[in-house]
Design a protein around this ligand. Structure first.
Ligand SMILES: [Cu+2]
Length: 237
């Protein structure tokens, strides 16, 4: 075996070893306290074109998506201390849709540099206007008429809850968190999350909710080959 082949084989072996010892971080996020009642989005309901797309549904804010046992969706859980390991440039694009004049989903997390494909499913004009606050991320504003091709965005620098809005419909928002590595997840309606293949080690993990404390709730964990668990409670102010 030539030296290059030997080195390649060794490198492959090292990757396999690392993956073999990496573990999944799983857990559940619940809400502490009672969420305030969601508000009806009256301008959407009353809008001549968008209102018709609702099919009679009453549009409401979705600030707290809470289950019967306080399971909290739309919480972004991030392992800290792994910055600089983004594989976003090679990752599959994330998707945002504009449907019945709302963003779906309204809470999204991506890697830095990952493509975000934004669709317009409506027979109306939208514009996708990003309003970043972190250095290194620039404001963009692109119109998207009915049937127009998907728009592509990407966020170069890590930022929590970067606002995507539509200037035509002032109630339309999505909040996109960009993380500088792949070790994060967004909780589902069951409040659960899984972060796969975290390299073994001790970490701080933060759970962020858009209406919670900006610094989130932190826990210290140790990931071993059989993984780790961490549950969080997000308190309502
Ligand atoms: Cu719009």
């Amino acid at each position: 075996m030539k030296l290059n082949q030997t080195l390649a084989a060794l490198a492959g072996f090292a990757v396999a070893l690392q993956l073999a010892s990496a573990g999944n971080l799983t857990g559940k996020v619940t809400l502490g306290g009672n969420a305030p009642a969601e508000k009806e989005i009256t301008p959407l309901k009353d809008d001549a074109t968008c209102g018709k797309l609702l099919g009679g549904a009453v549009p409401k804010t979705k600030f707290f998506v809470v289950g019967a046992n306080k399971e909290l969706a739309d919480v972004i859980v991030i392992v800290k201390g792994l910055e600089g390991k983004s594989t976003g440039a090679a990752a599959a694009p994330a998707a945002l849709d504009q449907k019945a004049c709302e963003y779906i989903p309204q809470i999204l997390a991506v890697q830095t540099g990952q493509k975000i494909s934004v669709k317009n499913s409506d027979p109306v004009m939208h514009n996708v206007h990003t309003v970043p606050t972190a250095a290194g991320n620039k404001e963009e504003n692109k119109g998207q008429g009915p049937g127009a091709p998907d728009l592509t965005f990407s966020i170069p620098a890590a930022e929590n809850f970067l606002k995507f809005k539509c200037d035509v419909h002032p109630w339309m928002f999505a909040w996109v968190t960009a993380v500088d590595h792949p070790y994060f997840a967004v909780t589902g309606k069951d409040g659960a999350f899984t972060i796969k293949d975290v390299p073994p080690g001790k970490y701080k993990v933060v759970a962020l909710h858009r209406k919670g404390a900006p610094t989130g709730v932190e826990k210290e964990i140790e990931v071993k080959a059989d993984g780790a668990t961490a549950d969080f409670v997000i308190e309502v102010k």
